[in-house]
Ligand binder design. Structure first.
Ligand code: MSP
Length: 525
């Protein structure tokens, strides 16, 4: 399988019953940022995303809209889910749909293998099912309903009544894997992250695992069970397999699977359990390696509540990108939220950070340095003379910040990588204030010193640009066109960001990197 230099990362595949909101976009951006960083450190990188299209939830939405489930899924994928990737500037390597033929083929092969090897059996089942979660619930997962559902038991997550299902089903022998899962969590403590999610899952498994009902016969929108055509596969069993079917598992060409599996899974903490319990158990049963890591990130909250369409707190990503642009969207969510914890979104917060950290912090820094090289040296990048301790401190900080930002990525802490990069932004702004190049420019005797200061500032600026490029591909590409020695900034090594080469001449920025945002536009007020 893959060696240390491959980095394969996935997002969850999203339900197509509705259009994306900023919670979904947050997951996409986090995974894309990690992938871009790894690509820029020379790793063999692969980012997979896609859509989850089977199951009762999609079937019901399609019926309510008088179209077939496949037509509904096609429409949502084309009009909403694929466009989301452009809206927030995600550079994925593949997009899998669970209705793809390649997926259905791989799932069928996997199921047949588990059946042949005795991991699947037929049985009777009765339980409470939540269609919102697409999951059977334990009585302890239910709470008393309120309002229209007064007197009924409802799902604690979706606040809708559960349905009592009684069916003859096929079961996966998940209970066989209880000890092996606990051994996995213990021998590989980083398998589930962060710690809070890990603890929750370990105690869940310690309470004992039941076998999992994996087929349904009351509807037919799903992958047919190969040995019993009256049943379709449970939607989660189907969906989890996307991570390997996309790499060619079960096909004649599984080169990508051999090279890239196991992957790292980025998921919302709400679905970490499916990924850290059911999924590794399925893989163990099939004799395949378990994922490298399951990272459960936190929820985006709006007004203190988990954002969701059904609770009418959903915000479309384009509402934010139309005002601030995709770079600021990405930067904001990556920096403002500690990865792994919940984070509150507010228009005031994004506006404040846009102004302080992007427009005034990074944008002004770039404009000032380039304008001064333009003005005092006619755009020719000056050569440096002897370095003072302040100049040397900037050079040293560029190396130090790069090393620490790269280590933050290895530790799955994108917020730390960005905060660390901004130490260099702040230091450069302080350096310019302190060195006062405009004062040096008034004295001909200080010409060499002026050149050294501006060249030092430019070197630091280029390092910031390279380090910020995985978060803000567009603004940094624009800056690169003004300062870089050619090519795309996406080709620059982020783990050696201080080594970049400038052009011999720079061009000043025609407009700022982060244009002024009018107060009136904010919040689509
Ligand atoms: N289809 C399943 C996943 C199958 S993966 C094999 C599913 N889809 S989903 O569309 O409901 O949600 C997927 C993911 O969207 C969540 O795990 C999470 O990553 C993200 N989010 C949805 N709402 C969110 C927030 N309010 N905040 C942060 N992320 C959110 O579950």
């Amino acid at each position: 399988m893959s060696d240390g230099s491959s980095f394969s990362i996935t997002t969850p595949i999203f339900y197509v019953n509705d259009v994306p909101h900023i919670g979904h976009a947050y997951t996409e951006v986090a995974a894309d940022f990690m992938a871009r960083w790894h690509r820029q450190r020379g790793d063999d990188t692969w980012l997979l995303t896609g859509t989850d299209e089977h199951g009762q939830k999609i079937l019901r939405t399609a019926s309510a809209n008088d179209v077939s489930p496949k037509e509904w899924a096609d429409r949502l994928v084309t009009d909403a889910w694929k466009p989301l990737l452009d809206t927030v500037d995600v550079r994925n390597d593949d997009f899998i749909r669970t209705t793809d033929e390649r997926h259905e083929r791989g799932v069928t092969a996997f199921l047949q293998k588990l059946y042949d090897d005795g991991y699947i059996y037929a049985g009777e089942f009765e339980g409470f099912y939540c269609v919102g979660c697409e999951e059977y619930k334990q009585p302890s997962d239910l709470v008393p309903g309120t309002g229209a559902y007064e007197g009924q038991q409802v799902c604690a997550i979706h606040s809708i009544p559960v349905e009592v299902l009684s069916e003859r089903n096929y079961f996966f022998r998940m209970s066989d894997f209880e000890q092996r899962l606990l051994d996995l969590y213990e021998s590989n403590p980083e398998f589930i992250q962060p710690e809070s999610v890990r603890n929750e899952i370990v105690s869940f498994v310690k309470q004992g695992l039941r076998d999992l009902s994996i087929s349904r016969s009351s509807f037919d929108w799903g992958i047919t069970i190969p040995w019993d055509h009256d049943h379709v596969l449970y939607v989660w069993f189907d969906a989890l397999l996307n991570y390997v079917t996309a790499l060619g598992y079960g096909s004649d060409d599984d080169e990508a699977f051999q090279r890239l599996w196991p992957s790292v899974h980025i998921v919302g903490k709400d679905i970490a359990r499916f990924h850290a319990v059911i999924w590794p158990a399925m893989l163990m049963a099939a004799g395949l390696p378990v994922p490298k890591r399951v990272f459960g990130h936190g929820w985006l909250l709006v007004g203190g509540e988990k954002m969701s369409k059904s609770k009418l707190t959903g915000i479309a990503p384009s509402e934010i990108t139309d005002t601030f642009g995709s770079d600021a969207f990405r930067y904001y969510f990556l920096r403002a939220i500690t990865f792994g914890q919940d984070g509150n979104f507010s228009w005031e917060d994004i506006s404040a950070r846009y102004q302080a950290e992007l427009a005034n912090g990074f944008g002004n820094l770039a404009s000032r340095i380039l304008a001064m090289i333009d003005k005092y040296f006619d755009g020719a990048v000056p050569t440096r003379g002897e370095l003072s301790t302040s100049d040397q401190a900037i050079d040293d900080l560029a190396v130090d910040v790069t090393t620490r930002a790269d280590a933050a990525i290895a530790a799955f802490a994108p917020h730390d990588a960005i905060t660390t990069t901004w130490e260099l932004v702040d230091a450069l702004n302080g350096y310019i204030t302190e060195q006062q190049p405009w004062a040096l420019a008034k004295d001909d005797a200080q010409r060499e010193r002026l050149g050294t200061v501006l060249a030092t500032a430019l070197r630091g600026l280029g390092t910031v640009a390279v380090l910020a490029s995985p978060a803000m591909p567009k603004a940094t590409e624009k800056l690169w066109a003004s300062i870089g020695a050619g090519g795309s900034i996406a080709e620059q090594r982020v783990d050696r960001a201080w080594e970049w080469q400038s052009a011999t001449r720079i061009t000043s920025l025609e407009s700022g990197l982060f244009p002024r945002v009018e107060q009136a536009e904010q919040g689509a007020a």
